[in-house]
Design a protein around this ligand. Sequence first.
Ligand code: SAM
Length: 281
Amino acid sequence: VVKSLLSRHGFQFSKALGQNFLINPEICPKMATECGADQTKGVIEVGPGFGVLTRELAARANKVVAIELDKRLPAVLAETLRDFNNVKVVQADVMEVDLHQLIQDEFSGLDVLVCANLPYYITSPVIMKLLEEKLPVESLTVMVQKEAAVRICAASGTRACGAVSVAVQYYSQPQILFDVPRDCFFPAPNVDSAVIRLNIRKEPPVKLETEEKQFFKLVKAAFGQRRKTVLNSLNTGLGKSKEELSAALQQAGIEPTARAEQLTMEQFGTLCNLLFPNKAK
Ligand code: SAM
């Protein structure tokens, strides 16, 4: 089917747009089912490509809005999605779309999910946009590179944990659903993938007494120099004195020799409240 579409539409894959299309027939039904799509749900898909996942979502969900950047694809999608009257294709860059407005306009009365095989060149920016904008969505079920999946889902306090893991886990509870080998795609990428599900938290896991942006600044600075102790990383990254930092670390119950990946979410929260006290209080 993909080969026929390619030749009839004279389509050539764009590497720059991360176009590795799914050709294994088992993956899309599994993703569409596991994301929880049903008649009570509206689904936002990012990057429908030729519409293989879109069809499975449309067969289960009440409505699907698929955002695709490539101007050549709406013509192909008009063909592959012609059996469905509950799909809208929006030709746009997902990073530029006002998703709050889109949800309000398109999904009135429905619970909203995101389900996507993400273009790998902007995996983290797309996930962070979806999380930081605090959209009224239940969950994100997305396919990403295996390595990114492991990093995103690594619990704080474990070795694989990085700034992205802490940021994602501030907003959601992530889990790896299943692996997807590279030969499930055409053209096949150089790495394997995995589908992850991020269940959006109703409340953050730590109570911050200051602005969230200070928390993320702290996390980024702590992981800024991975081989250094958190004391040295924060000294460089935040420009705060070692005396002030040492006192805060001690108060938060953090060893002076600890590295960022050893800190728990709670410890990051406590440290943030100590280093950035709310002056208005
Ligand atoms: N869903 C299809 C599948 O699973 O076969 C295609 C997935 S492919 C990995 C990623 C898709 O995202 C491509 O169709 C690409 O054109 C689209 N894309 C890339 N950058 C985008 C952006 N900034 N906004 C929306 N779509 C984008």
